[in-house]
Design a protein around this ligand. Structure first.
Ligand SMILES: N[C@@H](CCC(=O)N[C@@H](CS)C(=O)NCC(=O)O)C(=O)O
Length: 226
């Protein structure tokens, strides 16, 4: 079975979304092949005839799944014999916390690079993105990003728990990556795709951890345009 992902893309086809990257890494971890369709922000409401507000939207067999965490749960249920994404109900519960922490880090990063993301979209999508993100971030994208050094410092502060944890273990999942790792790897990949700020500069432990993910799933991460 080949899964199909509606995958958020910039005007030049670069695959942008942290959650779409997490979904692709989860599929690869479970050995499920996938294809992608580049999807712009304003095309999301038309996916599958309507009803979805975010991507990834993943077609997996007869299912159409509109959330990356739900996709990971479905994959774990369908393939318990393959490498784990959660390793049991406790792992699912803990990954909810990691997801919330990842969203917190993502919010800090968005303040620095939302203006760069906007520049990478086509005109129609720029209008949508600017309006929605300025509402979300509470100001003009340029103003929110004006103190770049301060914004980067806030991201680094938010990454402290990950940095400390990686002193003692190679992955959030322990000896092997879990979905929690893929949620954070999606965020790192997002910043690399936008490519305007190197948040891993001076972050050796996190860069090494991302390198370990790349060592396993480099083919997925190198497909920056699908
Ligand atoms: N909980 C969802 C969140 C997905 C999400 O927020 N996706 C963003 C892209 S990173 C999106 O589609 N945003 C659409 C929009 O802002 O209109 C998941 O894990 O799949």
């Amino acid at each position: 079975m080949t899964a199909h992902i509606h995958d958020l893309a910039t005007a030049d086809g670069r695959r942008l979304s942290p959650y779409c990257w997490a979904a692709k890494l989860a599929l690869a971890h479970k050995g499920v092949s996938f294809e992608t369709t580049p999807t712009r922000f304003i095309d999301i409401p038309s996916i599958g005839g309507g009803g979805f507000r975010t991507v990834p939207v993943t077609e997996l067999g007869a299912d159409r799944i509109g959330d990356s965490f739900d996709l990971a749960l479905k994959l774990e249920e369908a393939h318990p014999d393959r490498p784990a994404l959660f390793a049991g109900p406790g792992g699912v519960a803990l990954t909810r916390f990691v997801g919330a922490h990842m969203a917190h880090v993502m919010g800090k990063i968005a303040r620095v690079i939302a203006v760069d993301i906007c520049a990478a979209l086509d005109r129609e999508n720029q209008t949508y993105f600017r309006t929605s993100r300025e509402k979300m971030l509470g100001g003009r994208l340029e103003d929110v990003a004006a103190d770049r050094a301060g914004g980067v410092a806030a991201v680094k502060d938010a990454l402290k728990p990950l940095r400390i944890m990686l002193r003692g273990q190679p992955f959030i999942g322990g000896e092997d990556p879990f979905f929690a790792d893929f949620l954070f790897a999606g965020v790192v990949q997002w910043t690399k795709i936008v490519g305007t700020v190197d948040f891993l500069e001076g972050e050796q432990a996190i860069a090494d951890w991302f390198g370990r993910i790349e060592a396993r799933y480099g083919a997925v991460l190198r497909a920056t345009r699908g």
